[in-house]
Each structure stands twice: as structure tokens, then as C-alpha cells.
Design a protein around this ligand. Structure first.
Ligand SMILES: *Cc1c(COP(=O)(O)O)cnc(C)c1O
Length: 373
């Protein structure tokens, strides 16, 4: 077990769950068709940070609205970060999360970049344990379903002065999840964003912050106008190098069969370092598939597909695990199809392998799973 996937001595969370939990029939109806991010479990965890007291008042309480002063700092200046991970119910009824200490570390990195207080990983993982244990009935049984966990933090100092706040609130909410993309694992079409950039060198591209998403929505809308499901981001300086897709990282498959190899854009500081991306570098090696990090340009992608050198492209992230990319369109570089536009065999194999590890269908050979209950 690597040090970064382990943890000791979790934070003490006071338990004050709701007195009026959802009845069984209503909950089962939600779990039958959960969608994504629409319904939430009965409880949430919250904790406060102030300059004088540090982190305090960590407690599990009933899910409910927040009361905010209109001059609360984050509403104006956007000190807000989040994470996303899932809890899976295994066949034996036990519940596990996938590499939660990695999310804890990334959350701390995001906080540092936005000049926010860092949440200790014992509190991050401790909050997940407390909420999943309390709301365990909300973790769906089927293999493609899970309980999506959304940790987030924002500044709560009241006042319009522009400076790092002196007070923060951490919250954890949970939402049962079906398949992320409504089309299931059917390939997505992507729009290369020539005009809008997501992140620039020295910016916040590496941080999982709310503002990155706010800045991305106009490009997502442009993609939809061109009949595409998702947007693909290019580097800010040359508008030439592929970075990532919407809220997911990208992988390119060169060749096929035994000679297939993978290439994923290198982490330059403007890409979000995905935990799924990182896990797939290892899973590919396990399967005997060479996987490298490097540079890939629009031209490389277009010409690679034309020559057949690039056989498959897929995106990866916690919410959708792996999603094949079938079609590419852009304003300046034209349109093309990846492979036959369908789901390629390497994409399908990696997806199944990672899902099997997460759901306990095969052994957890890298000690990535964290048992909760
Ligand atoms: C969260 C996120 C990802 C994927 O990260 P995972 O840890 O694999 O879920 C990729 N890109 C962006 C922009 C993200 O916000």
C-alpha cells in the first residue's frame, strides 16, 4: 500500500442525523432511476474554520438549506472548491470508496491555490466515513450505480473586502448516481474550443474550483449549438495542444491488439490531474498496454484518425468512468470520425477492468479501495 492511499486516525464527527429520514418506498423509487445529482441523501456533514479556532464543529446533520448573509465573501469573489468521488456497494453488501486520500490531497492543493484554509485529510475522509455509514441505505446495489460524494468548501467571511477570507465552511453531501451520460456508454461527439480557453499557465486549471466550471459553460453551450455533446479544451498559448474534455481527462489509443499503446496529455499545470487518469496509467500497465504521458496536437489527432494510426479516443473521470469519443468537430480544423465512431475494444477493456476493481468483481491489487462498512 502506498502512503498516499492509506490513512490513520480519522477526525471525530459529532452525529446529529435527521429525525425524519426518507421512508423506504420513496428512497427505493429514487434508487431505481437516480440520474445524476438530482436527489440527495438524508444527511450531510459540515465543519467550520476560523483563523482563531482552526477546524471545529465537525458534525453530521440533516440535509438542508444554508442561510447566507448577502455579503458572504465567496458569492462575490468565488473562493469555492469541490471534489467528486463515489461509494460502491459490493456483492457482499460492504461499501467501499475509491482512493479517497487522493481526493483529500487534491482538495488541499485546490485550497492552497485559492488561498483557502486546507482541510486535514483525516477530516475529509472522516466526513466521508461518517456520512456513508449513516446514509448507507442510499448506496445502490447495481454495478453501474453508486453513491456520488460531493465534498466542497467556500469562504464565509462577511464583507466585500478583496482578500483571502478568515472563515471557511466545509460541507459534504451525497447523491445516488446512475450512468452519468444519458446516452450510456455510447460514444460522445466533441467540439474543439478554438475561441474560449479553460485554463492558462499560472491560472487555476489544476485546482478543482467552481470558477473553472463557470468559465467553461459558454464553450459547452457553443458545443451544443454545433450538435456536440462535450467541449475539448486546447492550451491557452498556442491553441494547438489538446488538454482535456469538459470535466474529464483524455486518452488516445494508437494501434490495436497487442501493439496498442496509450497516450494521455501531460499534466502541464493547466489540466486537472484526474484520479481516474492516474489509475488508468497503472491499470493499462497491468494489462500489458504501454501508456505514456505526452503532447498531442489537433493535427496529430486529425491525421492520426485519417491514417488509422489512432484507433480509439476516450475520456475518463469519476462520474462517467470512461466515455468513448466518436466524432470531432471544430471551427478551424474541420470534422472527423475516430475509428468507426463506435466503442473500441481497448476502451471497453479498460473501462471494464477499472469498474471491476471499483465494484469488487476482481481483486483490489493496488489497495485502492477504502472500506467503510
Ligand atoms: C474532476 C475533473 C476531472 C476528472 O478527475 P477524476 O479525479 O478522475 O474524477 C477532469 N477534469 C476536470 C476539469 C475535472 O474537474
Amino acid at each position: 500500500m502506498t502512503a498516499t492511499d492509506a490513512g490513520t486516525g480519522l477526525w471525530d464527527i459529532a452525529l446529529n442525523p435527521t429525525a425524519t429520514p426518507t421512508d423506504d418506498a420513496t428512497r427505493e423509487a429514487v434508487l431505481a432511476d437516480p440520474g445524476f445529482g438530482r436527489k440527495f441523501t438524508d444527511n450531510m456533514v459540515r465543519a467550520k474554520w476560523t483563523a482563531e479556532r482552526g477546524w471545529h464543529d465537525a458534525e453530521l446533520v440533516g440535509y438542508g438549506p444554508l442561510l447566507l448573509d448577502p455579503a458572504t465573501n465567496f458569492i462575490h469573489y468565488g473562493q469555492a472548491i469541490f471534489e467528486g468521488l463515489k461509494a460502491y456497494r459490493h456483492a457482499d453488501g460492504s461499501i467501499k470508496t475509491f482512493r479517497p486520500f487522493r481526493n483529500a490531497q487534491r482538495f488541499a492543493n485546490s485550497a492552497r491555490r485559492l488561498a483557502m484554509a486546507e482541510l486535514p485529510e483525516e477530516l475529509f475522509v472522516g466526513s466521508i466515513e461518517a456520512l456513508v455509514r449513516e446514509d448507507r441505505e442510499w448506496v445502490p446495489q447495481d454495478a453501474e450505480k453508486s453513491l456520488y460524494l460531493r465534498p466542497f468548501m467556500f469562504s464565509t467571511e462577511i464583507g466585500l473586502g478583496v482578500k483571502p477570507a478568515d472563515a471557511y465552511e466545509y460541507l459534504l453531501i451525497a447523491s445516488p448516481a446512475g450512468a452519468y451520460f444519458p446516452k450510456g456508454i455510447k460514444p460522445v461527439s466533441v467540439w474543439l474550443s478554438d475561441d474560449y480557453v479553460r485554463a492558462a499557465p499560472g491560472g487555476t486549471g489544476e485546482a478543482k474550483c467552481a470558477g473553472n466550471y463557470a468559465a467553461s459553460l459558454i464553450a459547452q453551450a457553443e458545443a451544443s449549438q454545433h450538435g456536440c455533446d462535450q467541449v475539448v479544451w486546447l492550451d491557452a498559448a498556442e491553441r494547438k495542444w489538446i488538454e482535456e474534455m469538459g470535466g474529464m481527462n483524455l486518452y488516445f489509443v494508437y494501434g490495436s491488439g497487442d501493439s496498442a499503446r496509450l497516450l494521455t496529455p501531460r499534466l502541464t499545470g493547466s489540466l486537472l490531474p484526474g484520479i481516474t487518469r492516474d489509475s488508468l496509467l497503472t491499470v493499462a500497465a497491468d494489462l500489458g498496454i504501454r501508456a505514456d504521458e505526452g503532447e498531442i496536437s489537433i493535427e496529430d489527432w486529425k491525421e492520426g484518425c485519417a491514417s488509422g494510426e489512432i484507433s480509439e479516443v476516450f475520456a475518463c473521470g469519476t462520474a462517467a468512468v470512461i466515455t468513448p469519443v466518436g466524432e470531432v468537430k471544430s471551427r478551424t480544423s474541420g470534422a472527423w470520425t475516430v475509428g468507426d465512431g463506435g466503442t473500441g475494444p481497448i476502451t471497453a477493456r479498460l473501462r471494464q477492468e477499472l469498474l471491476d476493481i471499483q465494484t469488487g468483481a476482481i481483486p483490489d491489487r493496488h489497495n485502492w479501495l477504502h472500506a467503510i462498512c
